[in-house]
Design a protein around this ligand. Structure first.
Ligand code: CA
Length: 408
């Protein structure tokens, strides 16, 4: 799951931008000294990379072309590393931005224009057109914003700074392999500051393993070919194990007095227990599902399937997966969410989540890190505590729960 771990970095550009401003800026002399050090480390890194690249079948010609005009690290990328983002933001803040009315309208128009292509892709991969479109929309606003940062320089900057160990060095070697195969010219290989490329925001290793030449011109072009971009998204999801028989999940309503403690089971069982889709459709007869209440018992409720985990493999984030799923529903003509999200006072920030994690750990209910990140592991721990205490088991972390756990 290495690609999933990197994808979170690549994909969080929109949700954790501009957090680097809290610390006082260093003086001009310190900046010059630091920049000289960065440039020296960069030069040494590229020189050491060359024999490794050549040993892996990269030709000297490709290597020279990739680094032509790249004499030092990208300062904007270095600034990004030094300003990592927040993790405590609630799911719905991301969701509201990612599934805006404008994006829904653009997505429907793009989907209509590309209907024939999407139909062939769906027939070949089993991934619904609406899901492919939604990924495309969230990753690059339907191809409009695939990123303009030169990928080789960005990856070399991250690798030379030893950001995340060897991860970006491996990605840089994968990027050189793509150039060696001639899928794209070095100057056109562009994307995000974190090395995610083109309309689909694939890291180079993901590209090598999953990208597709759908339009048949001999190049896997996720930068300028919409057909290649869409087919590559679908191929990746198919390879990750997309199940064509169920949706990503379903926005649902629960009946009165529903027992939240029984939160996982078969879709048919949820039907029998009175769970109904918000859009009026019926739930499939077969397939495993689990309840997901990202805003607690008063907010929107979802039944998520194994395909939700497939989306999280593309980018390990509940907010991201929910945004893709809900955008897909809206692009297919589905209704808005049926319940409101909680107000600001009803949620925990990162420090609050850490306190909750420590409280749950002291009760023997949580064994992960106290990292302040919400996700399936914390949700399960909260639910176990709620069940033990006889509380509504929605798995949602609240200030009240934190306070209750902090009491002696
Ligand atoms: Ca092509």
């Amino acid at each position: 799951m290495r690609s999933a771990r990197i994808a979170i970095l690549a994909g969080c550009i929109g949700c954790c931008a501009s957090t680097a401003l809290a610390e006082p800026a260093p003086g001009p002399a310190a900046v010059r000294k630091s920049a000289r050090g960065d440039a020296a480390a960069f030069g040494a890194f590229v020189a050491a990379l060359r024999p490794d690249a050549l040993a892996r079948g990269i030709s000297p010609k490709t290597f020279e072309a990739a680094f032509r005009g790249v004499s030092g690290p990208d300062p904007a990328v270095l600034a990004r590393i030094k300003g990592q983002g927040e993790f405590g933001r609630p799911v719905w803040e991301y969701l509201v931005g990612a599934v805006s009315p404008g994006r829904i309208a653009r997505g429907r128009a793009r989907g209509a224009a590309l209907r024939a292509t999407l139909a062939v892709i769906e027939a070949r991969t089993g991934v619904p057109a609406s899901i492919v479109l939604a990924f495309w929309g969230v990753e690059s606003d339907f191809g409009a914003s695939g990123g303009t940062v030169p990928t080789v320089r960005a990856l070399a900057t991250l690798a030379a700074a030893r950001h995340r160990g060897d991860l970006f060095r491996d990605e840089l070697l994968a990027a050189l392999a793509i150039l060696e195969r001639g899928d794209i010219a070095p100057e056109a290989m562009r994307g995000s500051w974190a090395g995610a490329m083109g309309q689909v925001q694939f890291l180079p290793s993901t590209f090598l393993a999953h990208a597709v030449d759908f339009d048949g011109d001999g190049h896997r072009d996720i930068w300028t070919s919409e057909a290649d971009a869409l087919a590559s998204i679908a191929a990746y999801l198919k390879d990750l194990g997309w199940n064509p028989n169920v949706a990503w999940g379903y926005a649902v309503r629960l009946p009165e007095a529903f027992d939240l403690a029984r939160h996982a089971g078969d879709l048919s069982e949820f039907s029998r227990r009175g769970v109904r889709r918000v859009d009026g459709g019926s739930l499939p007869e077969a397939g495993a599902a689990a309840l997901f209440l990202p805003g607690g018992a008063g907010g929107p409720v979802f039944l998520i399937t194994d395909n939700f985990a497939v989306i999280r493999a593309y980018n390990t984030s509940d907010a991201y997966a929910l945004a893709v799923g809900h955008l897909a529903d809206r692009l297919a003509g589905g209704p808005p969410l049926a319940a409101p999200w909680p107000s600001g006072a009803a949620r925990l920030d990162r420090a609050g989540l850490q306190a909750l994690q420590r409280g749950l750990a002291s009760e023997g209910l949580y064994s992960g890190e106290a990292d302040g990140r919400a996700g399936p592991v914390l949700r399960d721990a909260v639910r176990r505590y709620q069940i033990r205490e006889g509380l509504p088991a929605d798995g949602y972390a609240t200030p009240a729960l934190r306070d209750r756990l902090a009491r002696p």
